[in-house]
Design a protein around this ligand. Sequence first.
Ligand code: PLP
Length: 350
Amino acid sequence: MSYFRENIERMEGYTPGFQPKGEGWIKLNTNENPFPPSPKVIESLHAAIDGRIRLYPDPLSDRVRDKVGSVYGVDRECVIVGNGCDEVLAIAARSFVGEGDRLLMTRPTYTLYRVLGEIQGAEVIEVRLKNDFSLPAEIFSHKAELTCISNPNPPSGILYSREEMEELVRRAGGVVVIDEAYVDFAAQDCLEMAKTHDNVIIARSFSKYLSVAGLRLGFAVADKSLISGMMKVKDSYNVNCLSQVAAVAALDDLNYYREVVRKVCQERDILSQGLQRLGWKVFPSQANFVFAVPDRLPASQVYEELYQRKILVRYFDSPETRHGLRITIGTTEQNRRLLEAVEEITGGKE
Ligand SMILES: Cc1ncc(COP(=O)(O)O)c(C=O)c1O
């Protein structure tokens, strides 16, 4: 006999990327930033570690909200801070869908959306992307209480246009979360839509762009009516005191991060061209990863052989994605070693 609610019993849960133990791995599987956070973030953390950790953190993360507000041109009331972008997404699911409601998403995308919908007992509608990972017309034919769309979208890194996002918001009704966890590596974003639509939530992560995945920080920008409701749903002290300090320090040093983004995008081009030279197909990514399809060997075999060489990339064994590998952009040296290993495994271009 199970003590669980039926929907929890039935669901599979989210499978996070593998976090290797031990040294010597080249870790290109969970889209972390390969470059360190700003030195000012580290300094701020050192300065904050003292007896004050006895106290609970600010439950509202107001200094972070103010900082986000000043960087992105919105009032504090339009910002919620989360324990990672994941928590922001969870708060949205808990706020806007329940049993009998619909959560609309694409396939493939970030699989957490399905899990969050299932926890709520919502009906999850997955619309399959076209083979080039672009949006099919079908996505505009569904109504849903909550739509979750990642832009750029994993695992391809393809960026949907603003017009497509506007159309989706018009057609889906309900609340639309545009998950911009990777948007800082892209040519444009949809943040303005959170200012002009009362049903659009823009979700962002500190994990990729700001290089502090371990601190678990994310935020959302939306109309103050949505944010004030979501504030009721979040855990009371959802962001710890050290993370709040680091968040402000990171947002205070955006010049440093502009250079980080430039390097990641440059490495993305070098890696994509390198893989293409070896005969792989690489989808045009606007994120800090690429989806690449080997020309001769099955992706699963290349994954295994890279693993033997202590190089971790991501292989998703589903019909839409099993032909390729999602590879996080690493440092120059990591990317070079990946390309060398790929050449050794696949024998170069015929
Ligand atoms: C599309 C997308 N959104 C959100 C997240 C989670 O971000 P965070 O680390 O801020 O929780 C990820 C993590 O991989 C992601 O791929």
